[in-house]
Design a protein around this ligand. Structure first.
Ligand SMILES: Nc1nc2c(c(=O)[nH]1)N[C@H]1C(S)=C(S)[C@@H](COP(=O)(O)O)O[C@H]1N2
Ligand SMILES: [Mo]
Length: 340
């Protein structure tokens, strides 16, 4: 479901969202510039900055540091932007810029240990090979993002080489990308070419001008980090032909802050919330499956809403906090289905 041809941006098709692990070709794509062509056989990642032993590592040398595999859900920070009102600026994402894959890679921590990162490091900057011009911004801008040192050293922050059991595809960051589990997608830098330990804050465009929560002119801003608790109804789809009787409703719920502990469904407007059943395996960083039996005896339109709660007590709001760039919209979503 492309939403822009160049640079290529696409959501996951509604049908593909029904899979617990999104097929690679259906996984949403967010690119700010053209996709760089990098060769897995010759690619090197340069590691420098506040380190004792700067290095230039091949993909093979990274592999030798030891691999981990994890199910991780990525959601673009701009997902559901078009359901915010008034409409903020930015890519016109509906609500399907979210997907889950099985990622295999080297913990970034191993790389930082190998080069002897200095104790005065406060951030780790990860730079992509992609750069280009942006409207209203002078010069060439590279996609680069820093992580607080604690997050960079977290054992689950990966430099991924594989997605769903295969080498990364060009669109998803071949041959090397960061995966920052639990954070919105912008942190997971694709096409990694450089890693630098910094003793001061990084102030690049994609750190300080984008992926910030900016609520009112001249007000304070906050960086976009962990994914807010959210849920989606993936079956039935709004365009399906459904019979009266019982309708099996399924969906996902996720949060970057804590495990999902509850999903409720409301049939119709108002406060008629009923508990859905949490089902299937628990993967720390992936969406959790839930299901609900809708009793629909009468032909006509039914409105469904799902609302998730995480173990930290965060609950999806009915209306998300508006912000200028339209990020982190985790409001309850509603789906109209027609029965009979
Ligand atoms: N180098 C680079 N990395 C990037 C981006 C980019 O434009 N360039 N986009 C980011 C954003 S905003 C998101 S949501 C995720 C999307 O990852 P995907 O395209 O594999 O779904 O990649 C992130 N990493
Ligand atoms: Mo994104």
């Amino acid at each position: 479901m492309p939403i822009r041809a160049e640079p290529f941006n696409a959501e996951t098709a509604p049908r593909a969202l029904e899979h617990a692990v999104t097929p690679t070709e259906a996984f949403f794509v967010r690119t700010n510039f053209d996709v760089p062509a990098l060769e897995v056989g010759v690619h090197r990642v340069t590691v420098g900055g506040r380190v004792s032993h700067p290095a230039s590592l091949t993909i093979g040398e990274l592999r030798d540091l030891g691999l981990s595999t994890m199910h991780v859900t990525l959601e673009c920070a701009g997902n559901s932007r078009t359901t915010m009102s008034p409409l903020p600026q930015g890519e016109p994402w509906g609500s399907n810029a979210v997907s889950t894959a099985v990622w295999t890679g080297v913990p970034l921590r191993r790389v930082l240990e190998r080069v002897g990162m200095h104790a005065d490091t406060i951030e780790v900057l990860v730079s992509g090979a992609d750069a280009g011009a942006l409207r209203d911004v002078p010069g060439e801008i590279r996609f680069a993002r820093s992580l607080p040192v604690e997050k960079a050293l977290h054992p689950d922050t990966l430099l991924a080489l594989e997605m769903n059991g295969e080498l990364l595809s060009p669109a998803h960051g071949a041959p090397l990308r960061l995966i920052v589990p639990g954070w919105y997608g912008m942190a997971s830098v694709k096409w990694v070419t450089r890693i630098d330990a910094l003793d001061g804050p990084f102030t690049g465009y994609f750190q300080k001008q984008r992926y910030i929560l900016d609520r009112y002119p001249g007000g304070e801003t906050a960086p976009v980090t962990a994914m807010r608790v959210k849920s989606a109804i993936v079956s039935p789809r709004g365009d399906e032909h459904l019979r009266t009787g019982r309708v099996h409703v399924r969906g996902w719920a996720w949060s970057g802050n804590a495990q999902i502990v509850r999903v409720e469904v409301a049939v119709g407007g108002g406060e008629s919330w009923q508990d859905a059943r949490l089902v299937g395996p628990v993967e720390t960083y992936a969406w959790r499956a839930w299901e609900f039996e809708l009793v629909a005896p009468d032909a006509g339109r039914y409105m469904l809403r799902a609302r998730a709660t995480d173990a930290a007590g965060n609950v999806q709001p009915e209306v998300a906090e508006w912000n200028r760039l339209g990020y982190c919209n985790n409001a309850v979503q509603q789906l109209a289905i027609t029965v009979g």
